[in-house]
Design a protein around this ligand. Structure first.
Ligand SMILES: Nc1nc2c(c(=O)[nH]1)N[C@H]1C(S)=C(S)[C@@H](COP(=O)(O)OP(=O)(O)OC[C@H]3O[C@@H](n4cnc5c(N)ncnc54)[C@H](O)[C@@H]3O)O[C@H]1N2
Ligand code: MOO
Length: 399
């Protein structure tokens, strides 16, 4: 296990063994934000459900444009109109149903009202300012596939189809273990010599939540093999997935790997990844154990690249990879032996969005991560020259 494993290979190995938990629950649409849809959703109604006006104005036949027309009816949204009498116009409001016979709407700003008549400009086209029934969606169309993550637009879409409840994957139950004798919980006002506050817990609670998981237990471990094994066993009993931080490197105080190996099996350890080299993955009682390094920025990166896809796969999500795009490098850099995920910021220069690594790339530096917009992907052995296109993962797309 001394060879550094490429990230892609590690991900492939891990994800090949993850099957969706298949547990589902029916939720109110208003409560389903961020959840993974467990069944495809097929449109039950056309959208718009009836042909309607896109403007406040007058509905008429395009062939009557250019004349002065009698206003024969008034149609507000929610009313059912009469068919439009020949040679007349209907006062109509945005969203109101178009009367049979009308085929165009003229905005009121372009019309002149003269008592109960209206002068409409010439040369209006059929279909102007008209939203046709089924123009956007036809009943029977597949709107959302199973595995889709429900963002606000998807929730609005479901509601627009009259849906009040939706079948979603249950949230995977996650146990968090932090190892480190140096860790003190936030809230204690004095920090003893040699101690630091436990920041990984808060960091991970947020990351897990944003990846659709729920934290069901938190263990803070003493740096001993026995304490680590005991907590791992308890965590496995309580959760579907266990995420540990710290204690996965090569020192004598690093007990996570031997404890995983003793209680179950260790599948892989050490990636060609920076930060995040000591990442470990194994199983105990068949449940995934994700061993993240202790350094907070390593936690952010390894969670985003490895733990997040695992949590999403357990929910049956379709898109497991982080969203990425390509921007112009404002820097140059030599390729290394590990794929590096640099914390970076985006600067707009003369209309071009350029990306720069922030100065502090220490894997212990969490403040630096809060100042970053993106993770810049620097592949193994690949030099980057200023002006090159580089792949970036917006941090906001991860949480
Ligand atoms: N001889 C070697 N030493 C190290 C190697 C190596 O290959 N050879 N790898 C280095 C790398 S890279 C990393 S990353 C770290 C990871 O070590 P561990 O995962 O065992 O983590 P710890 O040693 O327990 O902690 C590392 C660092 O992070 C701080 N930490 C830990 N937990 C928390 C927490 N909950 N909240 C805030 N900060 C935390 C801890 O105090 C350490 O400073 O190993 C290198 N060493
Ligand atoms: O690989 Mo470590 O996570 O750089 O600090």
């Amino acid at each position: 296990m001394n060879q550094l494993i490429p990230l892609e290979e590690a991900l492939e190995t891990i994800l090949a063994g993850i099957t969706p938990a298949c547990q589902t629950e029916r939720l109110e649409v208003t409560q389903a934000l961020g959840r993974i849809l467990a069944e495809p959703f097929i449109a039950t109604i056309d959208s718009p459900p009836y042909t309607n006006s896109a403007m406040d104005g007058f509905a008429l036949r395009a062939s009557d444009s250019g004349g002065v027309l009698q206003v024969s009816q008034r149609i507000a949204a929610g009313q059912v109109p009469e068919p439009l009498a020949f040679g007349t116009a209907a006062r109509i409001f945005t969203g109101a149903q178009l009367p049979d016979g009308a085929d165009t709407v003229v905005m009121q700003e372009e019309c002149e009202v003269e008592g109960d008549r209206v002068r409409v400009p010439a040369r209006r086209e059929v279909g102007d300012n008209v939203r046709l029934r089924g123009h956007e969606i036809k009943a029977g169309e597949l709107l959302l596939e199973a595995g889709e993550r429900l963002g606000p637009p998807a929730l609005g879409l479901l509601a627009s189809q009259g849906l009040a409840n939706v079948l979603c994957a249950k949230k995977p139950r996650v146990a968090l273990l932090q190892s480190g004798d140096e860790l003190v919980e936030p809230g204690s006002t004095t920090l003893p010599a040699g101690a630091i506050y436990n920041s990984n817990r808060s960091l991970l609670e947020g990351l897990v939540l944003q990846a659709g998981g729920q934290v069901v237990g938190v263990w803070h471990l003493a740096d001993t093999f026995d304490a680590t094994s005991e907590a791992l066993q308890q965590a496995v009993d309580a959760a579907d997935v266990v995420i540990t931080t710290g204690g996965v490197s090569v020192g004598e105080e690093d007990h996570v790997k031997p404890a995983i190996a003793a209680l179950g099996e260790l599948h892989l350890w050490r990636l060609a990844l920076k930060p995040g080299k000591p990442f470990a993955f194994g199983r105990i009682a068949g449940k995934p154990i994700i061993g993240l390094p202790g350094n907070p920025s390593s936690v952010l990166v390894t969670f985003s690249l490895l733990a997040r896809p695992i949590l999403l796969a357990l929910q049956g999500a379709r898109d497991l990879a982080p969203f990425s795009l390509w921007l112009t490098a404002g820097f140059e850099r030599r390729g290394g032996l590990r794929a590096e995920y640099l914390r970076g910021s985006i600067v707009s220069e003369g209309g071009v969005s350029k990306v720069y690594p922030i100065a502090n790339q220490s894997s212990g530096a969490l403040y630096a991560a809060t100042q970053s917009d993106v993770l810049i992907v620097a592949p193994v052995g690949q030099d980057i020259a200023e002006g090159d296109s580089v792949e970036v993962i917006p941090l906001k797309s991860l949480f």
